[in-house]
Structure formats: structure tokens, C-alpha cells
Design a binder for this molecule. Structure first.
Ligand SMILES: *Cc1c(COP(=O)(O)O)cnc(C)c1O
Length: 421
């Protein structure tokens, strides 16, 4: 048996079909170089907490104000998660119940806007998230959404452009943060604009929460009264989300999450969030956060040296956006070729992409997961060279197979946290 999880034998005994799939996924995750910027390897402790008895308990409401009995222990675990979140990020209030990042953002809208109101966020095409008002999302259908982008010459947000749009449209909510933004978010700059147009600034730090926690990216606390984050990306916890607020915005958020949007909280996730927050408060994690950034820079340098274009010319954080517009290969075939070679990433639109979203011109690469395996700048150099080899080979079998073999050799020396092969 290839995979040993604390409860794995129980899955095998009950359901061999699912057990086989768990093994297959464990082997895939350990056997490849995972560069999907939103993914990570949760620790064994985090995974064990998600598989704990807290999955059995219903607890609609909040600690001390529940709609069911038997909450003595759940109240303690949720309070622990809240106190740890407040301490780690320096926030006045935390709600740890949102099921994931998208419903957490919906709760923000429900708390502070009415259908038909104007809201503003970074457009998906420029690196924003669907839930910041994209037209196929509920948030784009129910609100009058205005999107800001980046400057063509720099690939970066220009706050003068954001200010101009905000003054023209006067949004009720202004989102900052995104999913494909390789540069530092200027929370103070966004806060000034929000104040000028009387908008509520919401910082969506889903991607960079681990960097913020570890001091490798400035914190939005003190600039944005409402901060949303997922817990499963660079923060390296279970799949879930949190909303951090100042005291003034606390009760509106709590009411929006429950009863506004959700029923019973996922207490097993809450327990695992508490574990992840304790892990993220260590010096070791702060070092990890800084190594993520060092690794992203090292990877970017090799890609650029070998002639690939990077949106904005590089990175300040955990991710790189490669612009393949000048190359022969598109983003999707490149991502598929890399997957065959054992390097997993995603194709992504680049700003001003001449190609459609289902076959865009970019690759998004992130370093949180490989850094969790203990890889450093030397490994980033090797990976960068393999990426360029595969992209330049444009589907050549032999090159992909050669890289696949070298990848297999490399990952053998860097055990994946939480996975025993
Ligand atoms: C991932 C992400 C979300 C959504 O989180 P899910 O857990 O996938 O619903 C929201 N905003 C940003 C910026 C994200 O990166």
C-alpha cells in the first residue's frame, strides 16, 4: 500500500474503490512538481483534524448562541480558531465559518450592498477573481460591476486609473487583491481611494494570506476594514475561508454568514483552521513565507534569462504569470505538455490577451507547494529550465519524457508533507 493516512485503513476496509483513488491522488501529488499558485500541501495534523469527529456535529449560530445543544466542545474549538486568527493577523474580529472563499465574498456583498448597487474590483482578465464582479458570476449579475485592470506598458495596477474609475462610478464596495497578481497590493493606496469615494474597501488576500501571516507581504489590516481570505492556499490550512474585520463591521459580517447565507458551520474545517493558524504563527512558517517569495523570484529569473516574457517583468510574491504571446505555443497546450512532463500548472489569461479565455496566452506558476517540500533556488533553476525546454519543444515526446524522468528523480529527494509513499 502506497499511502498511509491516520484513517486510511478504514477507507480501504469500507470502500476499496475510493481507497484506490486516494492512493492515486497521493501518488500524483507527491510524484509531480506542483506549481498551481493556489495549491499547497496541508500538514498531516491539518488533514487529521479535517478527518476528525467534528464532522459529526451541527452547530448553527456562534459560540454561546447556538440553535442546538451539545456545543461545549465546538464552542471551544471555534473560539480557539477565532482567537488565533485575530492574534496572527492583528484583527479585531474574525469569522471562521465561511465554507470557502467564494461564499465568503458573497457574505461580504450581503453584509454591505444591495442588489443593483455599483461594486468595483479587478477584472478577471487582468488577474481578479470571478467573485469580484465578473459577468458570469452571481456577483456580476446581481450588482453593477465595474472592473479595473493593469497598465499595458507595465502589467501593473495604476492607482491613478483606479481612482479615476472609482470617482466616475462611485462604487459601494471596492475590492483589492486577485488570483493572478504577481505584484504587491498597495493596501494604503486603495484605502485612500476608498475614502475619497466613500466606498468600503475589501482586501481579498486568498492567495497571499500565508505571505501576510509570515511577514512576506504587507498586511491589509488597518487599511481595509474587511479582509477575506481562504485558508487552503499559501496559508496551508484546510479548504475554507475567514473574514477578518474591524469592530465596526463585525456584526454585519456575522449576520451575513449566518443566518444570511449559510447553515451549520463545518466544524471539522474549523478545527483544522485552528491547527493551521497555530502552525502559521511559528518562526518556521515566517521563514517558509519568505522562502516562497525567494523561490518565485529565482524561478522567474531563469524563465526570463531563457527568453520567456513575464507579466510586469517578474514577481514580488508567490506567483509568476508567463506571457506566451510571442512564442509558438499557446497557454493551454503548454500547460498540457508540462503536465505530461510532470510539472503541473494552469493556463491563464494574460492582461490584454489576444486569445479567448478557454485558450489563453499565459501560464500561471506559483511556489507555495514546492516550497512546502523544502525545495530552494537550485531546484527552481532546474524547474525553470525544464519549463522552457518543454515550452520550446512544442509537444515533442522525447523532450517531455526526458523532463518527466528528471522530475521523478528530483521529487524523490523532497518528500511531500502529509503524504507517505
Ligand atoms: C481562490 C480565491 C477565491 C475563492 O476561493 P474558493 O475557495 O475557491 O471559493 C476568492 N478570491 C480570490 C482572490 C481567490 O484567489
Amino acid at each position: 500500500m502506497a499511502y498511509v493516512h491516520p484513517r486510511f485503513d478504514a477507507i480501504r476496509a469500507t470502500d476499496p474503490e475510493v481507497a484506490d483513488l486516494v492512493v492515486a491522488e497521493a501518488e500524483r501529488e507527491a510524484g509531480a512538481i506542483r506549481l498551481i499558485a493556489s495549491e499547497n500541501y496541508a500538514s498531516e495534523a491539518v488533514m487529521a483534524a479535517t478527518g476528525s469527529v467534528f464532522t459529526n456535529k451541527y452547530s448553527e449560530g456562534y459560540a454561546g448562541k447556538r440553535y442546538y445543544e451539545g456545543q461545549r466542545v465546538v464552542d471551544q474549538v471555534e473560539t480557539l480558531a477565532i482567537e488565533r486568527a485575530k492574534a496572527l493577523f492583528g484583527a479585531e474580529h474574525a469569522n471562521v465559518q465561511p465554507y470557502s472563499g467564494s461564499p465568503a465574498n458573497l457574505a461580504v456583498y450581503l453584509a454591505f450592498a444591495e442588489p443593483g448597487d455599483t461594486i468595483m474590483g479587478m477584472s478577471l482578465a487582468a488577474g481578479g477573481h470571478l467573485t469580484h464582479g465578473h459577468k458570469v458570476s452571481a456577483t456580476g449579475k446581481w450588482f453593477d460591476a465595474v472592473g479595473y485592470g493593469v497598465r499595458k506598458e507595465t502589467g501593473r495596477i495604476d492607482l491613478d486609473d483606479v481612482r479615476e474609475l472609482a470617482l466616475e462610478h462611485r462604487p459601494k464596495i471596492l475590492f483589492c487583491g486577485g488570483t493572478a497578481v504577481p505584484r504587491t497590493i498597495d493596501f494604503a493606496g486603495f484605502a485612500e481611494i476608498a475614502a475619497e469615494v466613500d466606498a468600503l474597501l475589501v482586501a481579498d488576500i486568498a492567495h497571499i494570506a500565508g505571505l501576510v501571516a509570515g511577514g512576506a507581504h504587507p498586511s491589509p489590516i488597518g487599511h481595509a476594514p474587511v479582509v477575506m481570505t481562504t485558508t487552503h492556499k499559501s496559508l496551508r490550512g484546510p479548504r475554507g475561508a475567514m473574514i477578518l474585520t474591524d469592530a465596526d463591521h463585525a456584526s454585519a459580517i456575522d449576520k451575513a454568514v449566518f443566518p444570511g447565507l449559510q447553515g451549520g458551520p463545518h466544524n471539522h474545517t474549523t478545527a483544522a483552521i485552528a491547527v493551521a493558524l497555530s502552525e502559521a504563527s511559528t518562526d518556521e512558517f515566517a521563514e517558509y513565507a519568505h522562502r516562497i517569495v525567494t523561490n518565485a523570484r529565482a524561478l522567474g529569473e531563469v524563465l526570463a534569462e531563457r527568453g520567456l516574457d513575464l507579466v510586469s517583468g517578474g514577481t514580488d510574491n508567490h506567483l509568476l504569470l508567463v506571457d506566451l504571446t510571442p512564442t509558438a505555443i499557446g497557454g493551454k497546450p503548454a500547460a498540457q505538455a508540462l503536465d505530461r512532463a510532470g510539472i503541473v500548472c494552469n493556463y491563464n489569461a494574460v492582461p490584454f490577451d489576444p486569445k479567448p479565455p478557454f485558450n489563453p496566452s499565459g501560464l500561471r506558476l506559483g511556489t507555495p507547494a514546492v516550497t512546502s517540500r523544502g525545495m530552494g533556488p537550485d531546484e527552481m533553476a532546474a524547474i525553470g529550465n525544464w519549463i522552457v525546454d518543454v515550452v520550446e519543444a512544442d509537444g515533442d515526446d522525447e523532450v517531455e519524457q526526458r523532463v518527466r524522468n528528471e522530475v521523478t528523480d528530483l521529487v524523490g529527494s523532497f518528500p511531500a508533507p502529509g503524504i507517505t509513499l
